[in-house]
Design a protein around this ligand. Structure first.
Ligand code: SF4
Ligand code: SF4
Length: 234
């Protein structure tokens, strides 16, 4: 019998159903058998507290229910749980989107869907606050990691709009395209960026990437609005 785990992302991430009861019924177990993994975004920042590891220890088969399973998967991976090595069935539960609009969930930071990230570096180059680092993946390629998550500006999802692979997830964002709610979001259509930038500091990024045509212009404009709104810095 797989272990039933109800994961909640944080205190402001409210389910619209009794998650324990729904998961217990789904797994045909008693409510008391359901293990709760609350405040996942906090525990993923501090995996040394052992909370996440304990939930997945001693078993290889799981049913994990959550508001946004893809966000949970990325947070677990960020916190060191090897989801790919485990047999996990995911159950999406309805959540209160309006609550996320009223009050930002915290801690607010991005996580990377490793199944989609190409390592292009756009997020790293775009972020003014050193949230990301680049490191060698192998002899010929780099990978990007979130190494200073709390440098991110609460409420700002700017860089996620520019990710060509739609691999960046802001778990508490109210927008379905950015919060992991959509299991397979559309990759962003490539469009030349360089001539749209003028004197913007992103010119450097544009020049570096002009030939690769990675970023959708509309997404870039929205991301710049976000960045000004939330950081006050350009
Ligand atoms: S922009 Fe997206 S695909 Fe590129 S490195 Fe960042 S997360 Fe990965
Ligand atoms: S949302 Fe803004 S501050 Fe946060 S990681 Fe992206 S670019 Fe950096």
């Amino acid at each position: 019998m797989p272990r039933a785990i109800l994961a909640t992302l944080g205190a402001r991430d409210r389910l619209l159903v009794d998650g324990v009861a729904v998961l217990a019924a789904h797994c045909n177990v008693s409510d008391s058998s359901v293990i709760r993994l609350d405040d996942l975004a906090e525990h993923a920042l501090h995996p040394e507290d052992g909370v996440m590891a304990a939930c997945f220890a001693g078993e290889t088969s799981f049913v994990v229910a959550a508001a946004r399973p893809r966000a949970v998967r990325a947070l677990l991976t960020f916190g060191g749980v090897a989801c790919d090595d485990l047999n996990i069935a995911w159950l999406a539960l309805p959540f209160d989107r309006e609550a996320l609009k009223r009050e930002y969930g915290v801690p607010w930071y991005p996580v990377i869907d490793r199944t989609r990230c190409s390592g292009c570096g756009t997020c790293h180059d775009y972020c003014l606050f050193s949230v990301y680092s680049r490191e060698p993946r192998n002899a010929t390629a780099e990978r990007v990691r979130v190494t200073s998550p709390l440098n991110c500006k609460t409420g700002c999802p700017a860089c996620s709009r520019l990710c060509p692979e739609a691999a960046l997830i802001f778990p508490f964002c109210a927008e379905a395209e950015l919060n992991g709610e959509i299991e397979a979001p559309q990759r962003r259509s490539p469009e030349a960026l360089a001539d749209a930038l003028g004197d913007d500091p992103m010119r450097v990024l544009a020049e570096r990437r002009a030939k690769r045509q990675l970023i959708d212009r509309e997404k870039f404009v929205q991301a710049e609005r976000d960045r000004m709104l939330y950081s006050g810095t350009l």
